[in-house]
Design a protein around this ligand. Structure first.
Ligand code: DAH
Length: 329
């Protein structure tokens, strides 16, 4: 009997110490500790022992069975805490999941191209806030009190004194107030207009403002800079025209159109920017001596540039965030 018990214990230990999965663990339980397992059989045999041998083997058998059960529970806990469920199982041999990575929005790409051109000419880049004072957005720029652009129809007023800037020109004011001439900078950013949304206009768009102030700046320089720019962005054969225009903050003023032939539609002129020589009143408003300094300024629409450059039929496409559109660029 002793031998049998010892051999059962030895076999049990050998198997339990080699177990590595919950399935073999269950086999071991059935084989040794189950209702018909080895220990149960030994208890059966124990019943047939002579009376005087019973206490000794009874105690031994009980002790070894309890030890085996305790050991079994311990190993079971250990395996279960380590085992990996199929949910978190990673098959490293499978091909990876392709994730869509973002790319630069077409407007940002266009803006980057614009920056590269003007940086090459020595223009700095300057930022202004989208929430502006009525003073910077209109008054300092020489807008008469009753100018229609101040109308609630066009401007998102936040309160009597503050608004969402309707153009990037107020950033010129900020720059001139804080910097001594010579000044040469572009000022990109978002602008807001309270307009009906259509294929051609949106309540939000991007502009790049340009400003050059020095003692001897001429309209001819302004013109050659803008022509070089149009040729850089749209190709050397771009067709353009300068049209006389009016802005309160420039005198004389002009607008630049470029020729556009959208696919399947008749060609037309597309206005891309306004420009002119900075009005002396504006220089006076920011404390720059208008007897000594002159300057030119321009403000261009980034969406307009992108429409023309990539032949996009509708301005709203820029803002829909539709990947099928955006990933083409
Ligand atoms: N701010 C004008 C607009 O949004 C564009 C403009 C015109 C800007 C002439 C200028 C400029 O700096 O000189 O319509």
């Amino acid at each position: 009997m002793l031998e049998k018990i010892e051999s059962a214990v030895k076999d049990f230990n050998a198997e339990i110490n080699n177990v590595n999965s919950t399935e073999t663990l269950e086999d071991i339980r059935v084989k040794f500790l189950g209702r018909k397992g080895l220990f149960a059989q030994l208890f059966e045999e124990f019943k047939a022992l002579p009376k005087e041998e019973k206490p000794k083997y009874g105690q031994l058998l009980n002790k070894e069975k309890n030890n085996a059960s305790a050991k079994f529970d311990e190993v079971k806990d250990e395996i279960e805490s380590k085992s990996v469920s199929y949910d978190s199982y990673v098959d490293l041999t499978l091909p990876g999941v392709k994730r869509k990575i973002g790319n630069k929005h077409i407007l940002i790409q266009t803006l980057d191209e614009i920056k590269v051109f003007f940086k090459g000419l020595g223009f700095a880049i300057y930022d202004g806030p989208e929430l502006e004072s009525d003073y910077n957005n209109f008054e300092a720029l020489n807008f008469p009190e009753d100018h229609p652009a101040r109308d609630m129809q066009d401007t998102f007023f936040v309160n009597d004194n503050f608004l969402l800037r309707t153009h990037t020109s107020p950033t010129q004011i900020r720059l001139m107030k804080t910097t001594k001439p010579p000044i040469r900078a572009i000022m990109p950013g978002k602008v807001y207009r309270n307009e009906a949304i259509s294929a051609k206009s949106y309540c939000l768009f991007h502009q790049v403002e340009g400003l050059y102030i020095d003692t001897d700046v001429s309209f001819a320089e302004l013109k050659s800079t803008l022509v070089s720019f149009a040729q850089y962005l749209f190709g050397a054969d771009v067709k353009y025209r300068f049209r006389p225009s009016f802005f309160p903050f420039t005198e004389p003023s002009a607008e630049v159109d470029i020729w556009w032939e959208p696919k399947g539609k008749p060609g037309r002129w597309l206005e891309i920017l306004g420009c002119g020589m900075v009005d002396p009143n504006v220089l006076d408003n920011v404390g720059i001596d208008s007897e000594k300094y002159v300057g030119y300024a321009f403000g261009m629409g980034v969406e307009r540039m992108a429409l023309r450059k990539y032949n996009i039929p509708d301005i709203r496409l820029f803002f829909d965030n539709d990947n099928r559109f955006l990933e083409q660029f």
